[in-house]
Design a protein around this ligand. Structure first.
Ligand SMILES: O=P(O)(O)OC[C@H]1O[C@](O)(COP(=O)(O)O)[C@@H](O)[C@@H]1O
Ligand SMILES: [Mg+2]
Ligand SMILES: [Mg+2]
Length: 337
């Protein structure tokens, strides 16, 4: 039977058949996430009409201004997932502490880390935004999980995914056995498997970095980007293309479709805070997806999935995408000269 045309729910149930002892919690949780993403997709599409595209006059835990839709998307995740009995606790970009499941609801065996709306500065200019999520096992389901429960390396992720709310809404998922993309069919209200077994081409001639930070970069990144910009006349002997959407979800989606390398490296401006992107709900889930699609993901010095987190909202440098390019960047970090 062809895999094209399968709904997200069918796909999850089928993939869980390999685990006859599974409780059904993971299937239920992923189904709930799909519903939350459909609700957010609806809000995002209507934000111009409803007037919800603007700022909320509040700031998140990292001091960044929040859009109204950052807060609403966070609320949708919490309301959709908090009571169905699949989760032990959650963390969100928008909230400082662990979000506990109210005691009146059953508590499940999984932990969820999520960025409810990634790239939200793009909302009012009608450019793609998205949601990112990472699922971990709760180390001890007998007690209320605190911060420590979430401090697991990315290699411990059971599942990771993201949804891009673009011209089409697409949910990308890995359960540790390849990467699959599901497009929302708004007529029937279901995510349909449209992109099974995504693979990132090893080679690429496309890079994504915020060039306005160039004067702050460290030498390995300066060297790599300099060589890309030199094009066919330089040591790489080929012309490169530059893209920067400022929505990580859109950049990673593009890399899954046609290859490329994405960099949000450490630089002088953000050295103190450890990087720009957040480890638990941005870098780890995206790294899991990229590696599962045959790419690589690194800080430049270390594999991101092997970092041992020390804080819920920890930031890290991120270099991910086509394996040949990321490997080259890792080499440049080892030998900056
Ligand atoms: O504006 P900059 O510095 O280029 O940053 C863009 C980056 O910030 C992010 O938007 C951060 O995500 P949030 O919108 O969830 O804070 C990434 O998606 C993107 O790669
Ligand atoms: Mg984000
Ligand atoms: Mg966000």
């Amino acid at each position: 039977m062809s895999t094209i045309g399968k709904t997200l729910n069918q796909f999850i149930i089928e993939s869980q058949r390999a685990f006859p002892d599974a409780s059904g919690d993971l299937s239920g949780l992923l189904n709930d996430i799909g519903v939350a993403c459909k609700q957010i997709a609806h809000l995002v599409t209507r934000s111009g009409i409803s007037g919800l595209g603007g700022y909320a006059e509040t700031h998140n835990v990292q001091g960044e201004p929040q859009k109204q839709l950052d807060i609403l998307s966070h609320d949708i995740f919490v309301q959709q997932l908090g009571w169905t009995g699949h989760l032990a606790a959650m963390i969100s970009e928008e909230i400082e502490d662990v979000i506990s499941i109210p005691t009146r609801y059953p508590r499940g065996q999984y932990l969820l880390a999520f960025d409810p709306l990634d790239g939200s500065s793009n909302l009012d200019v009608n450019v793609s935004v998205g949601s990112i999520f990472s699922i971990l096992r709760c180390p001890d389901s007998t007690t209320q999980p605190g911060m420590k429960a979430f401090l697991q390396p990315g290699t411990a992720q059971v599942c990771a995914g993201f949804t891009v709310y673009g011209p089409a809404t697409v949910l990308v998922l890995t359960l540790g056995n390849g990467v699959h993309g599901f497009t929302l069919d708004r007529d029937v209200g279901e995510f349909i498997l449209t992109h099974p077994n995504l693979r990132i081409p090893q080679q690429t001639a496309e890079f994504a970095i915020n060039m306005s930070n160039q004067r702050h970069w460290d030498s390995p990144v300066e060297k790599y980007i300099g060589e890309c910009l030199a094009g066919a006349d330089g040591v790489r002997e080929k012309n490169f293309n530059l893209r920067w959407v400022a929505s990580m979800v859109a950049e990673v989606y593009r890399i899954l479709m046609r290859g490329g390398v994405f960099l949000y490296p450490i630089d002088e401006r953000i050295r103190q805070q450890g990087g720009r992107l957040r480890l638990l709900y941005e870098a780890n889930p995206m790294s899991f997806i990229v590696e599962q699609a045959g790419g690589l993901s690194s800080t430049g010095e270390q594999r991101i999935l092997e970092l041992m987190p020390t804080e819920l909202h920890q930031r890290v440098p991120v270099i991910l995408g086509s394996s040949a390019e990321v490997a080259r960047l890792i080499r440049y970090h080892q030998k900056p000269e």
